[in-house]
Design a protein. Sequence first.
Length: 346
Amino acid sequence: MKPELERYSRQVLFSELGEAGQTNLMQGRVLLCGCGALGTVLAETLVRAGVGQIKIVDRDFVEISNLQRQVLFDESDVATKLPKAIAAAEKLKKINSTVNIEPIVADIDHTNILSLAKDVDLILDGTDNFEVRYLINDVSLELGIPWIYCGCIGSTGQTMTILPGKTACLRCLIDTAPEPGSTETCDTAGILGPTVNVIASLEAVDAIKLLAGKEDLIKPVLTVVDIWEGSYRQMSVADLREKSGCKACHQGERIWLKGEQGSRTTRLCGRNAVQVAPADKGKIVFEDLAEKLKHSGEVDFNPYLLRLNLKNPDYEISLFRDGRAIIKGTDDPSVAKTVYARYIGS
């Protein structure tokens, strides 16, 4: 066995993968969208498996409630207020220093997803919202890059691998995003840690197949699992692309990638918080802003974010360098935008 394969020897012994498959994995390039519950399991699994390059993009920071299910983080990450992408990268580099890990603290939207997806072989869904998933779907079809859809809530989860131009895409399955309030969220149904681990592991298996050059082993199915009931179902989507009349697949419609769909405010699952993203991204100088805000409340900052704790009203503002902010203490986008405008600017 080649010396560079030694650390993966038990994986190489699996005959379906072998040395050729492992070599392909080590040359693979992945874009991981989101590094929360699903994303941390995916990232750790693929880094241990030896995937060559992983670009981790996440907009959020580590909080104490994350530790129940987001396996890469610990209490020190909460104390230091690290963005999830940065905290994850620090852990992953200690697990496997041979993997090229690029952490990016950013909100994925129509202005940056094309550049983020440039030169990758696979896009993985580690998000908790459909807006980003439809963006991934559009860029997958536009660039011809496979992606794997994944989501979970409570004790149930589902996943589907999408090969652009060959299998059904997300819009073939669900043409439009669910209306706000029409589906369960972490706020209403909660989430069990084992649900995340099972669903993310199924997603990781198909990722390994694709990166190892085993695309022929991918089944055109939507897999649905309920770990509490102990049920496992696979529903065929083999002919869905042809039957759906999907405008994205058949007419090249890219409404999400063009910015025709999507919002600048996002309710964050299970957080009583709203993200506010300015129309024009900039580079905020935290030192200057902290000085201006020192009479408004308790202010502290690190290289990645500034946090302002207000007492009256009782809100917490976590501001990133690109101008994006998470307003904690409300789930009303209009209130969040008002707080943002008052303390950060319009």
